[in-house]
Design a binder for this molecule. Structure first.
Ligand code: PMP
Length: 420
């Protein structure tokens, strides 16, 4: 499968050789590197893409959830084109940003006040700074295997990578153990950060009981509970927090919300967010040249105000749930050690049969099968994340779902001896 992948992609291989001359590992976004070399894409339209060697793909990667609207959605293009001719960077307050902020505050139950950033990473860093200023404490409690951006990566056996502050790592969905850690560190903890469904770590949903325990402990000890909904905010009009009926103190957002333009946001309780009010006696600075950039603000108003309405988000979640049910039915039918986890439109295959409660380190066999899954799907013209995740975009319909189900079934049949 690897040889076939290489043979079919001479231009991608050459592009990778050139890229290595000027970027470490030929890459400027670690997520997109994989061995032997990443397929270089040329263009996209709706839920389809073309690579530079001329292959067509059904795009189920969905830009790791940022591509919710599909490629070149007409209304978003129109919003961007409308803005482009009136000056890109005005270095001034505008009206669009407060309209956009109003839409976000109205949608997410926890968000009373919001601020924009350029990425989800920045949103999480600024949210944590707010929590530190508000509580006067310094430590973060995060989940082992959680991902909150390049500067807040907690995957890989538990050693915090890149985080410029003290972190305690807790086991996701481990109610007793996590409660004990919170109580042990309660006087030092400024914030708890949690993805209500772990995304990059494997599309693993938190139990409602786990999230409720975090809510209760945070309230009891004056710790700022932060939901990282950078990926999961798509799962209902008001994110997973609304679906669970659990309201964090702060929420961070990113990915699709500005219609695919660069974006991040953090928001929540008025009293906490007030640390960024310039009139606050100890106001924290929150700079960012592109925080209110005209293109993101313009695209976001249309994306969230007109396209991804409450009804659209409910229908999208239902489509994703139905797809995952069908994929799991295929796995059961063929009796393979394989399952799909997730919520709504985000799904991840796992090559083991026991219930999956938290991120885990794969065996070498599992990693081999995972690579094969990716290669077989690429050969079938279906683009997924190298780690297996799919994030449906809105243009993905019944026919596309059926195509993915058929490809997964073909994988189960062809690779059954490896799926024991
Ligand atoms: N939080 C979560 C849950 C994410 O999945 C990501 C990105 N994959 C981030 C934060 C960081 O967002 P960005 O890549 O925009 O910095």
């Amino acid at each position: 499968a690897r040889e076939a992948y290489i043979a079919a992609r001479p231009k991608s291989a050459a592009a990778y050789e050139r890229a290595k001359q000027v970027m470490p590992g030929g890459n400027t976004r670690s997520t997109l590197y994989y061995s032997p070399f990443p397929t270089a894409m040329e263009s996209g339209q709706g839920c389809y893409m073309k690579d530079i060697d001329g292959h067509d793909y059904l795009d189920l990667c969905g830009e790791y959830t940022a591509g919710l609207f599909g490629h070149s959605e007409a209304r978003i293009l129109k919003a961007i084109e409308g803005a482009i001719g009136r000056g890109l960077n005005l270095a001034a307050a505008g009206e669009r940003e407060s309209v956009f902020a109003g839409i976000i505050c109205a949608r997410f139950p926890s968000i009373e006040l919001v601020r924009f950033t350029n990425s989800g990473t920045e949103a999480n860093l600024f949210a944590f700074s707010a929590a530190r200023a508000f509580t006067g404490r310094q430590r973060l409690l995060a989940m082992n295997g959680g991902y909150h951006g390049g500067m807040m990566t907690f995957a890989g056996g538990g050693s915090p990578v890149n985080a410029p502050f003290p972190v305690t790592l807790a086991p996701y969905n481990g109610i007793e153990a996590t409660r004990a850690l919170i109580r042990e560190h309660k006087d030092e903890l400024a914030a708890i950060i949690v993805e209500p469904m772990i995304g990059a770590g494997g599309c693993i949903p938190a139990s409602r009981e786990f999230l409720q325990m975090l809510r209760d402990e945070a309230t009891a000890h004056g710790i700022v509970l932060t939901f990282d909904e950078v990926m999961t905010s798509r799962h209902s009009a008001g994110g997973l927090q609304k679906l669970h009926g659990i309201t964090p103190d702060l929420t961070t957002l990113g990915k699709y919300i500005a219609g695919g333009m660069s974006f991040g946001a953090f928001g929540g309780r008025k009293d906490i967010m007030a640390v960024y009010d310039p009139a606050h006696p100890k106001a924290l600075p929150h700079g960012g040249t592109f925080n209110n950039n005209v293109l993101s603000m313009s695209a976001g108003v249309v994306a969230m105000g007109e396209i991804f309405t409450e009804e659209a988000s409910e229908a999208h979640r239902a489509r994703g749930d139905a797809l995952r049910d069908a994929l799991n039915a295929v796995c059961r039918k063929h009796g393979v050690a394989m399952q799909f986890t997730g919520v709504g439109s985000m799904t991840q295959p796992h090559f083991r049969s026991e219930p999956i409660l938290r991120p885990y380190t794969q065996s070498a066999t599992e990693e081999g099968v995972r690579e094969l899954f990716f290669l077989d799907l690429m050969a079938a013209g279906i683009y997924i994340a190298r780690r297996g995740m799919t994030a449906l975009s809105l243009p993905v319909g019944e026919a596309e779902c059926a195509r993915y189900i058929a490809a997964v079934e073909a994988f189960c049949v062809a690779r059954k001896p490896l799926l024991g």
